[in-house]
Every structure is written in structure tokens, then in C-alpha cells.
Design a binder for this molecule. Structure first.
Ligand SMILES: [Zn+2]
Length: 132
């Protein structure tokens, strides 16, 4: 069974295209300054259409995480156990990512992480690595 992969939409295509270049991009509203990721056509704070794409420095802190011991489908079974974290990025947006070696004791709430990219069936997908 093949692994489910992200599918780009008109709104998310710039994000996935930047991942292919190993860049993590997010949106910032030109009107109110709010930052957001998941990409949207409108600012989630003021509904402005005037959004800019910016490059992240790819550093953040773990807000919370979980260790997955039961795979949601057969295609994830070979990776067990694996970790998924919510990361508060330094620029102010939040990202949900898998964590490399995430079942290790190094992963804790508040851990500093760096976002890198992993190739999954031809798509570059962000993942986190604990750096401190
Ligand atoms: Zn706004």
C-alpha cells in the first residue's frame, strides 16, 4: 500500500514548490502583519487578500508532541514508533511535522528544532530535528 502524500492546491502550491527548493515559506499579511501557515487566499485575521510569501529561518520550539506506536495504515508501519510535533516557529506561525529520531529522549516540550526536508516518493516534505 502506498503512503498518502500531500496534494498541492492553488493556495498551497507555492509552499510545496518552495519545499522542493529546501525553503520553508509562510505567508504574512501586508495589511495587519499576521503570519500564517496553512497557506490561504485570505489573511486569517483581517481577511485581506494582500499576502506575501516569506522565507523562514526554519527554527522553532516544540509546543507539544506525540509518539505514534500504532500506525494509521499499513504504509506507516515500517517507521514505528515515530513522533509528530507542533512547532512554534520563530517567525510566529505553527507547523505540524514529523520529528527525525523523534522517539528519543531528546524530544521534549520546549526543545529547539530545525526544519529540514525529506523526500517521500518525489515530494519534499518538511520534518524537524532536535538541535538543542
Ligand atoms: Zn491581515
Amino acid at each position: 500500500m502506498s503512503r498518502p502524500l500531500p496534494r498541492a492546491t492553488a493556495e498551497t502550491a507555492p509552499f510545496w514548490e518552495s519545499c522542493a527548493e529546501e525553503k520553508l515559506r509562510y505567508q504574512r499579511c501586508a495589511r495587519c502583519g499576521a503570519v500564517q501557515l496553512i497557506p490561504r487566499a485570505l489573511c486569517s485575521e483581517c481577511q485581506s487578500l494582500d499576502l506575501n510569501w516569506l522565507d523562514s529561518d526554519r527554527r522553532g520550539s516544540v509546543l507539544t508532541f506525540t509518539i505514534v506506536y500504532r500506525a494509521p495504515s499499513e504504509s506507516f508501519r515500517s517507521e514505528l514508533p515515530y513522533a509528530i510535533a507542533l512547532v512554534d516557529m520563530d517567525e510566529g506561525f505553527r507547523l505540524m511535522v514529523n520529528v527525525s529520531g523523534g522517539a528519543s529522549a531528546a524530544l521534549q516540550i520546549g526543545s529547539r528544532v530545525s526544519i529540514g526536508f525529506r523526500q517521500l516518493d518525489g515530494i519534499a516534505v518538511p520534518h524537524a530535528e532536535v538541535v538543542e
